[in-house]
Design a protein around this ligand. Structure first.
Ligand code: NIG
Ligand code: FE
Length: 408
């Protein structure tokens, strides 16, 4: 066997095995190879095994000196493009004003929409690029980025153009999503906006391939399940996948809609009932939980433990955004899922790799396996569990994408 590169000196190579999604107890099954090596050819994994078994030749060798290697992380939910800040909201919330009340009064998401939709393409790139870099350094090699702070259809397209430019300027794989975030005031205005989204915005996004999925925020203070169904049906008719922000504060039918329409994922789920948890058993739809929101807003965490025990496939994302989750680290999101949502370290790794990839409809990321892109992380320490144990310092020493070291 002839490799371009051999990574040796790996204390433990840890990965989920085989395609996802992994559900229930499958989420605890990891392949762990002690004293491992990893061979790469043409940016793709050629061979993985105990170092003593490597019998091929490699043009170059890198010794990682007894450090653990895990797959590149997948962050399946971010709002990394925004302008302005939400520091006044933060002060108000610390003083006891709820997030939904700030939103209902025209602040919150609306204040970010006002500033973001007025910013230029270049301003938005300059603001978002360091956020993508931070997520990448934290271990994310695949990053979903949503629009949703444009509001007017032209401004949503402009946000997706920004995301496309960001994608061209980073080694990370960026997966763009059109987010239909909050409705205008007034019943007639809402209906007109939905029609415009279905008849003009979604078709243009599909035609220009500006997004892979459409996401709708279903919530008492946002869209109803009926409105979301119209938007998501139009998305599917135009060949786009669908996902939902749902059960964040109230239960208004979003989760049921997502399961019925075979959404890639239903995200948030902090307000999920026991019956809704049970309804996700064996579902192809991924339950994406976002522990940064629970931490930042002080909400009850999504029932991650219960979802896994019920046999659901759980993914974890940062939800990086200025209002509900200013968490710039994919590895920290996994560490929070262990502390707040009751996942084990093993489950968190699966939730942040192979299952998160499935939540984006991506089948060739989140695993270290021959034939897949050579996207992997060299950790600081010899025990992979430091990935979810460490808080406030980066447990990731090096990030490799397509067999190239891109950070560290
Ligand atoms: O995922 N819940 C709605 N959307 C975002 C928050 C966006 C914001 O507050 O700016 C979320 O939490
Ligand atoms: Fe979100």
């Amino acid at each position: 066997m002839k490799a371009d590169l051999l990574i040796r000196g790996i204390s433990q190579l840890v990965t989920a095995e085989g395609p996802g999604p992994k559900r229930g107890p499958e989420m605890r099954r990891l392949k762990i190879i002690e004293r491992a090596a990893l061979a790469v050819a043409d940016g793709v994994i050629l061979w993985v095994g105990p170092e003593a078994d490597w019998a091929g030749e490699a043009t170059a060798t890198v010794d990682v000196q007894h450090r653990a290697v895990v797959p590149g992380l997948v962050d399946p939910h971010t709002h990394a493009v925004w302008a302005g800040d939400r520091l006044a909201d933060f002060d108000a919330r610390v003083a006891g004003v709820p997030y939904e009340r700030i939103l209902a009064a025209g602040g919150g998401i609306w204040s970010t929409i006002r500033v973001t939709s007025a910013a230029s393409h270049d301003e938005l790139i300059a603001l978002a690029k360091p956020r993508i870099d931070a997520l990448l350094r934290s271990g994310a090699t695949v990053i979903e980025v949503k629009s949703g702070y444009g509001f007017r259809p032209e401004a949503e397209i402009a946000m997706l153009d920004v995301i496309r430019t960001l994608a061209a300027g980073t080694p990370a794989r960026i997966i763009p999503t059109l987010l239909i975030h909050v409705p205008p005031a007034g019943a007639a205005e809402r209906a007109a906006y939905v029609s415009d989204v279905c008849q003009t915005l979604v078709p243009e996004v599909a035609r220009r391939k500006l997004a892979q999925a459409v996401d709708v925020f279903v919530e008492k203070e946002a869209w109803s399940a009926q409105e979301a169904e119209r938007i998501l049906t139009s998305a599917q008719q135009h060949g786009l996948a669908i996902k939902l922000h749902t059960e964040q504060f109230q239960r208004v039918g979003g989760l049921e809609l997502g399961l019925r329409m075979a959404a890639l994922s239903v995200d948030h789920l902090e307000a999920c009932s026991a019956e809704q948890v049970a309804s996700m058993t064996g579902s192809p739809t991924i339950a994406t939980i976002l522990p940064g929101v629970s931490l930042h807003l002080g909400l009850a965490p999504a029932p991650g433990r219960k979802l896994i025990d019920a046999g659901a496939a759980v993914a974890v994302g940062t939800d990086l955004n200025p209002g509900s989750s200013p968490i710039f680290s994919a590895s920290m999101a996994l560490g929070l899922a262990v502390r707040l949502n009751g996942l084990t370290a093993q489950e968190a790794l699966v939730a942040g790799t192979v299952n998160a990839a499935c939540a984006l409809g991506v089948s060739d990321a989140g695993r270290i396996e021959p034939g897949l892109p050579a996207d992997f992380l060299v950790l600081q320490g010899a025990d992979w569990r430091e990935l979810v144990y460490t808080l406030g310092s980066n447990p990731v020493r090096e990030v490799w994408i397509g067999g190239e070291k891109v950070a560290g």
